[in-house]
Design a protein around this ligand. Structure first.
Ligand SMILES: Cc1cc2nc3c(=O)[nH]c(=O)nc-3n(C[C@H](O)[C@H](O)[C@H](O)COP(=O)(O)OP(=O)(O)OC[C@H]3O[C@@H](n4cnc5c(N)ncnc54)[C@H](O)[C@@H]3O)c2cc1C
Length: 536
């Protein structure tokens, strides 16, 4: 029994709170877009419960194990997960954080789904990967209506039915995606996996994939070289006759973060797959899936920022130094308010992008998703690092949960198009689809006159937006990040001045748009209303 000292001035664990109701930006956003909030309230409480937060920790500290062979030496190519992983998955599927929005006729269905995924990201990011891919596969699969008809109902099902069995024996399905190969991930045209047509209309794929996350999923969209060029395929792990498709798991990646989620290297050897979309049109087909996973990168990073801010604020409210609670100390309030503004802006744009899916506003979604994927995912690591520091040394220790956020933070910027690739994609979208730039500028115009600093930033942007002709693209590459960043903050500013509390919008415009900012969190000008930003 330790009697050397009394333990005091340590915050209580942050458990038993409602991740929905306590998030003003989320409640406002869900209301703004007319999405159903009843279930989100329930999810907010479940996700913030001591039990689920413990499942998140357990899933992280007990990473998945690869089982290539059974005890008798037969190949099984399975991954064994801790029960906590399955509970996280069951919870996410049960609350419809995956594909349900595609079958949900209610207004704001995709916003509701985005809100559920955002709450899920605060709970545990790893399981968000298969949840997101199951959401994202649906629009791509619809390119092949017969396959969509066979599988869609089980992809949108709210039953998490784990295990490698034929789909007819399952009540719900999970999906993955495999594009990246050893020689190139961004440039998928370099794929070498071959697809040979069979007489029965299927294709036999031979080759490898260097990254294939969630390998225990039921279905995968993959790219392979067919006779007429790079083509998209649907590849099942179990064939309709109940036998296993060839899916040789070579290794699981030993990752920086995202450790609850298995990411594998896999080989195909005459692996059966069905064509999705025309031969030679693999990239335009799978891009429908990639577009949705990019949206989920924005949602995921917004969730991570919120989780980081909430932990930092909680700590500050309960910890004292130099005779006063940190929450009351001006320098700490400046940091926390700045973090909260960043988190608010990230969520505002995430929900706006989800609303564009609800509205089938393809032109706006095309460009705004790329712009926001670049920016919001880049901001995540900075928020995680600063929030961690708010906890002092405790934030550097695993028990606090902050290292999990910190290690997770860079991932959303890497996958589904790394920073440069996304910034270049922004240029490409503007050049090739002028309607996307028009829709983007229209969105900014809705906020015209609301704040002179936003107006000035938008006019700077308009001046920088060059003639978007194909021949100019190469010359513009060096400016891709600069332009994309300005577009991103203009979009966030435009959303905040219209929909956020005045203090949040004012702080954002002063710092991110007007440049009255030191470039690190906690350097907002003295006249911002910290009290209003940090309320309640
Ligand atoms: C944890 C994890 C899970 C993953 N899961 C999957 C999965 O399930 N399925 C899947 O298919 N992939 C998956 N990936 C792979 C991921 O999508 C790729 O790593 C990513 O697309 C980048 O490809 P690459 O690694 O080949 O990098 P490269 O393409 O070699 O790029 C390296 C760097 O160069 C930059 N770059 C590339 N082209 C240009 C250019 N023209 N100009 C300037 N800069 C450029 C990129 O932005 C990047 O920073 C996963 C990755 C991780 C880390």
């Amino acid at each position: 029994m330790g009697t050397t000292h009394e333990v005091f001035n340590q915050p209580p664990p942050l458990v038993g709170y409602d991740m929905f109701a306590t998030d003003e930006a989320l409640v406002d956003g869900v209301t703004l877009y007319g999405a159903e909030s009843g279930e989100l309230s329930e999810l907010g409480n479940v996700a913030g419960s001591a039990h689920m937060l413990e499942q998140a920790r357990l899933a992280h500290v007990n990473p998945p194990i690869l089982r290539t062979h059974d005890r008798f030496g037969f190949r099984i190519d399975e991954v064994e997960y801790h029960p906590a992983w399955h509970e996280l998955m069951r919870n996410a599927v049960g609350f419809g954080a995956h594909a349900t929005a595609w079958a949900d006729e209610r207004p704001g269905a995709h916003v509701r789904r985005a809100a559920a995924a955002y709450i899920g990201a605060q709970l545990e990011a790893g399981h968000g990967c298969p949840i997101s891919m199951t959401y994202a596969i649906v629009p791509a699969l619809r390119h092949e209506p017969s396959l969509a008809q066979t599988y869609e109902a089980k992809l949108v099902s709210r039953i998490y039915d784990y295990g490698l069995r034929q789909s007819t024996d399952k009540q719900g399905l999970i999906a993955g995606m495999a594009m990246t190969e050893k020689q190139g991930g961004s440039d998928v045209r370099a794929n070498t996996t071959r697809a040979v047509p069979s007489d029965d209309g299927t294709y036999l794929l031979t080759g490898h994939k260097w990254f294939c996350s969630a390998p225990m999923s039921d279905l995968f969209l993959v790219l392979a070289q067919a006779p007429e060029g790079l083509t998209c395929f649907l590849l099942p792990r179990v064939l309709p006759d109940g036998t296993r498709n060839v899916f040789r798991l070579q290794r699981l990646k030993d990752k920086l973060g995202n450790r609850s989620n298995a990411s594998s290297e896999v080989e195909f050897d005459n692996t059966v797959a069905w064509r999705v979309g025309p031969q030679g049109r693999g990239v335009p087909t799978i891009i429908e899936m990639v577009q949705m996973t990019r949206l989920d990168c924005v949602i995921g990073s917004a969730g991570l920022m919120r989780a980081a801010y909430v932990q930092a604020a909680h700590h500050a409210k309960h910890r004292s130094a130099f005779g006063a609670r940190l929450w009351e100390q001006p320098a700490m309030r400046a940091v926390l308010a700045d973090l909260k503004v960043e988190s608010w802006a990230a969520l505002a744009v995430a929900l706006r992008l989800a609303a564009a899916v609800d509205q089938n506003d393809v032109a706006f979604g095309r460009l705004a998703t790329a712009v926001s994927k670049f920016w919001v995912c880049k901001r995540g690591p900075m928020v995680a690092a600063e929030a961690l520091e708010c906890l002092g040394g405790n934030g550097y220790v695993e028990d606090s949960g902050m290292p999990r956020l910190y290690r997770e933070a860079p991932l959303n910027s890497i996958w589904e198009g790394s920073g440069n690739v996304i910034a270049l994609d922004t240029l490409r979208a503007m050049a090739k689809q002028p309607s996307s730039l028009a829709a983007f500028l229209e969105e900014l115009a809705l906020a015209k006159g609301a704040d002179p600093r936003l107006d000035a930033a938008v006019s700077r942007l308009r001046k920088q937006l060059p003639e978007m002709r194909g021949s100019d693209l190469d010359a513009l590459q060096v400016q891709a990040r600069r332009l994309t960043s300005l577009m991103a903050v203009c979009l966030q500013g435009a959303l905040l001045v219209r929909h956020a509390p005045a203090a949040v919008a004012d702080a954002f415009c002063a710092t991110r748009l007007d440049g009255d900012w030191g470039g690190v969190f906690g350097t907002m000008p003295p006249n911002v209303d910290l009290k209003a930003i940090l309320a309640p």
